[in-house]
Design a protein around this ligand. Structure first.
Ligand code: AFP
Length: 336
């Protein structure tokens, strides 16, 4: 990095004018706090095996996933951190069936935070990459505030993720491009390393759980078959990379281009079943991808136009380089 590095708090301050005056204080406060919490979570994850923090607590969460000790710890840590900002009027978390209302922050400027505190937690026991995903939506100035989060993804005023890999990366948008930071673990500060990330128009890699191929929409199957079929002129075959943690797969896609896909299970074509959660996985990643010049689709429509009607609603997603996503949609159209 040449010159004096820009810290996350300095960068956030420079983005303040991009957010409506009503919500700027709330957004600055919660995004800045998530940055500080990310440094704490990174430390905890790095030492989890030494502190007997790995493994399950027993039971499943609202999404039906087995709950790990670090899922609960991550949820409680993020909740406590957001509560103390005084700006988060409601917290919608993968680890809580109902939204958590914080009435003391429910004034006109309060925001709602949707979050998956430790996404990809099945990777924890094998020391694989995991992440934190968050989305900030305007509150409604009332209690309960959480219903304000029910609406299309275009309502989001900020979104971001943290990737706990060899370095801890923090990536966020407030609607003026996408900016990436790496944690300096000696000072606990995130420093700007990837200003204004732009995704390549086309990539060479796709990420998808191919074990589910039997249940995909015929358009999805034909598209992946196309990506695997050699054609030197158009740069095929694409390579397959898949980590099992959305954050790691999206981060690679954002920087290198290509696709991350989690299509619906169409075993019963009348009742397609998606896996990933709209409010705290699909919509925030959709916002980030669009802000980087990419696209995020359900296969048949724009992800950010999908209206949330339930806090833990699921949605299919195909996100990445704009030309690659458009081609995927073309395959869906042809097969419909
Ligand atoms: P976990 O947090 O339960 O590990 O789920 C991770 C996740 O929600 C997302 O981060 C991954 O992309 C996706 O699920 C992986 O799902 P599969 O294991 O079905 O491929």
């Amino acid at each position: 990095m040449a010159g004096t590095p820009v810290t996350l708090s300095e960068h956030l301050a420079s983005q303040r004018a991009a957010v409506s005056a009503d919500h700027a204080p709330g957004v600055m406060s919660v995004v800045g706090r998530i940055g500080r919490l990310a440094a704490v979570i990174a430390q905890e994850l790095a030492h989890a095996a030494l502190r007997d923090r790995l493994g399950y607590v027993g039971g499943v969460n609202v999404s039906g996933d087995e709950v790990k000790k670090l899922d609960i710890w991550g949820h409680e840590t993020v909740l406590a951190g957001l509560r103390s900002t005084g700006a988060c009027a409601a917290f919608i978390s993968e680890e809580a069936t109902e939204p958590i209302e914080i009435p003391e922050a429910g004034g006109a400027h309060g925001v709602v935070v949707c979050c998956d505190p430790v996404d990809g937690s099945s990777n924890l026991d094998v020391n694989g990459a995991v992440g934190t995903i968050f989305s900030v939506r305007p509150g409604n100035g009332r209690t309960p505030a959480a219903p304000a989060a029910l609406g299309p993804g275009t309502d989001q005023i900020a979104a971001g993720y943290v990737m706990y890999g060899p370095g801890t990366a923090f990536v966020y948008t407030v609607g003026t491009g996408v900016h990436g930071f790496i944690l300096n673990s000696e000072t606990g500060e995130f420093l700007l390393t990837h200003p204004d990330i732009r995704i390549p128009r086309r990539g060479k890699v796709y990420g998808i759980n191919e074990g589910n191929a039997h249940s995909w929409h015929p358009g999805q199957r034909a598209f992946v078959e196309h990506l695997r079929t050699p054609d030197k002129a158009s740069g095929r075959p694409y390579s397959l990379r898949y980590s099992g943690a959305m954050v790691a797969d999206v981060h690679r896609t954002l920087l290198d281009g290509g696709l991350f896909m989690y299509p619906a299970d169409c075993s019963d074509p009348a009742k397609p079943k998606a896996k990933l959660r709209l409010l705290y996985e699909v919509a925030p990643m959709g916002f980030i991808l669009e802000q980087a010049g990419g696209r995020a689709s359900t296969g048949t429509g724009r992800v950010l136009d999908v209206r949330a009607t339930d806090y833990h609603q699921r949605a299919p997603v195909i996100l990445g380089s704009p030309d690659d996503v458009s081609l995927a949609e073309e395959f869906y159209r042809r097969a419909s």
